[in-house]
Write a protein that binds this ligand. Structure first.
Ligand code: HEM
Length: 184
């Protein structure tokens, strides 16, 4: 699904020719990508590298933009129901994220799921601890969380820091919408 979303983002913003150049650059000629199928991480990282090279966007920035795009893409996909089941508020959704991944994992045993633990919620800030056996995805996670904020009608920013607790992402909401407690 990540690969089909990447193709969609590239074709929408840079056109089909750019996508063909990216496949050639990543040595993935003729690859169609099927949602729900497992691909090795090498394919994903080759694709990210090739998109960065062809688009001229710096890889970290690209991962951030792609994270935001992925949320919009997934919410409109057949998996969109997951977004509705997960809750209609940002904090509820975030606390259900592990359960959601666990239920997807039961249908895709080869998948390697991350963990997202809500550490604290203070005022308009939510701190999430991210744990994964993959490296180099923190800008992607930043984009995903920003995308989720937008999805739930929030504006604000997401920051990342490596603390004694681990990889902590702080979601700083500017709007006091119904996505957070205490709001009307
Ligand atoms: C429709 C909703 C979602 C579906 C169907 C879904 C599905 C998946 C699957 C199948 C994987 C495992 C990939 C593999 O190892 O093969 C995965 C990994 C991941 N998901 Fe989700 N997910 C969803 C929503 C989210 C959301 C909302 C976030 C936001 C934070 C998120 C963050 C991640 C991250 C960061 C990884 C993996 C990379 C790592 O190892 O850290 N996912 N997801």
């Amino acid at each position: 699904m990540v690969h089909t979303a990447a193709r969609s983002m590239v074709v929408e913003t840079l056109g089909d020719d750019a996508w063909q150049s990216i496949l050639a650059e990543a040595q993935l000629n003729g690859e169609l990508f099927i949602s729900g199928q497992n691909y090795s991480d090498e394919v994903t990282f080759a694709l990210i590298g090739a998109i960065a090279k062809v688009s001229g966007i710096e890889p970290e920035n690209l991962l951030r933009l792609f994270g935001e795009y992925w949320i919009r893409y997934a919410a409109q996909s057949p998996y969109g129901t997951m977004f509705r089941i997960g809750g209609n508020r940002l904090d509820t959704f975030l606390s259900n994220l592990n359960r959601m991944h666990a239920s997807i994992h039961s249908t895709m045993p080869a998948s390697r799921m991350p963990s997202f633990e809500m550490l604290r919620q203070e005022g308009n800030r939510i701190d999430m601890l991210y744990t994964s056996d993959r490296e180099g995805l923190t800008p992607f996670v930043e984009g995903l969380l920003k995308g989720l904020m937008t999805h739930f009608g929030e504006t604000g920013h997401v920051s990342h820091s490596l603390t004694h607790e681990g990889d902590v992402f702080s979601l700083n909401c500017e709007t006091a919408s119904s996505a957070l407690p205490g709001a009307a």
